[in-house]
Design a protein around this ligand. Structure first.
Ligand SMILES: [Fe+2]
Ligand SMILES: [Fe+2]
Length: 272
């Protein structure tokens, strides 16, 4: 492990610096991160051909689980009523993954690695955005450690992808897989996590995918600045086989920032 929970100066926690909307997003993130063991089972099935990659995946899973543990600890300090265990059990009912699958849902092992790179691009930019936005000292430390892990995960999957590159020679298909995975960002995983983390059963509020996907997105998107979307797009583009400094990617960065700014204005008006 590059770090452990005792590296965080928890005594520095300052409740007056907690932003409620960021806290709600962090609570949701703690559930998603804690769900890593299911992905370890799935990925170990997909990469049965390589014990080396399976070892890397198990270590990756331990690091993701630690992210969940650390974020849950911070969330409980910020909101002592946050019942992580109950929220996590409810989340697992909404978001189950097929741990018995032996083939990648992306159609190939190379495609699976690209999808993993996209996820790590998202988490890397998300925690960097939290680190840059929050004034709460513990969360800033925590987000710094986690963002570094997520970037290391991206590199791990990117290097592993190269071993399977021959399975997916077409840049167009790589990009389609990357874009497809970006589009899944509003599936049940994030909306379900947001709902379970922030609405208890006693609240009597029913689950609505679109409503809580928007609620999560609103809190996450508000944290992003141009440097964070540039980083996100460059990492995704590289995984798709494009040159991160190329003209096409620079255009995509400018477009992505305009899209984020538009979504920020639109989501600001949403009620949840
Ligand atoms: Fe993580
Ligand atoms: Fe990660």
């Amino acid at each position: 492990m590059r770090w452990t929970l005792d590296k965080i100066d928890w005594d520095a926690f300052d409740p007056s610096k907690v932003d409620t909307e960021t806290m709600e997003a962090v609570k949701a993130a703690s559930l998603v991160e804690a769900n890593a063991p299911d992905y370890v089972s799935y990925l170990c099935n997909v990469f049965q051909d390589s014990s080396e990659i399976q070892d890397d995946i198990r270590q990756w899973g331990r690091e993701e689980a630690q992210h969940g543990e650390a974020l849950a600890k911070w969330a409980r300090m910020a909101d002592p009523e946050f019942d992580f265990d109950t929220a996590f059990q409810r989340f697992r009912v909404i978001q189950g993954i097929d741990t018995g699958a032996i083939e990648s849902v992306r159609g190939s092992r190379a495609g699976e690695m690209i999808a993993r790179c996209v996820v790590e691009s998202g988490t890397s930019s998300f925690y960097t955005a939290i680190k840059d936005a929050t004034e709460e000292p513990c969360l800033r430390q925590l987000a710094t450690y986690i963002a570094a892990d997520e970037f290391a995960h991206y590199r791990l999957f990117y290097e592993s992808f190269k071993k399977y590159e021959g399975e997916l020679p077409s840049v167009f298909r790589r990009i389609m897989i990357a874009v497809g995975r970006v589009n899944e960002a509003d599936d049940d995983e994030l909306s379900g996590a947001f709902y379970c983390a922030n609405y208890s059963e006693a609240s009597d509020v029913p689950y609505e995918r679109k409503k809580f996907a928007d609620a999560y997105q609103k809190r996450a998107f508000m944290l992003y600045r141009r440097q964070h979307t540039d980083r996100l797009i460059s990492m995704v583009a590289k995984a798709g086989g494009l040159k991160p400094q190329g003209k096409l990617v620079r255009m995509a960065c400018a477009f992505a920032w305009r899209f984020f700014a538009f979504k920020q204005r639109q989501l600001m008006r949403s009620a949840v």
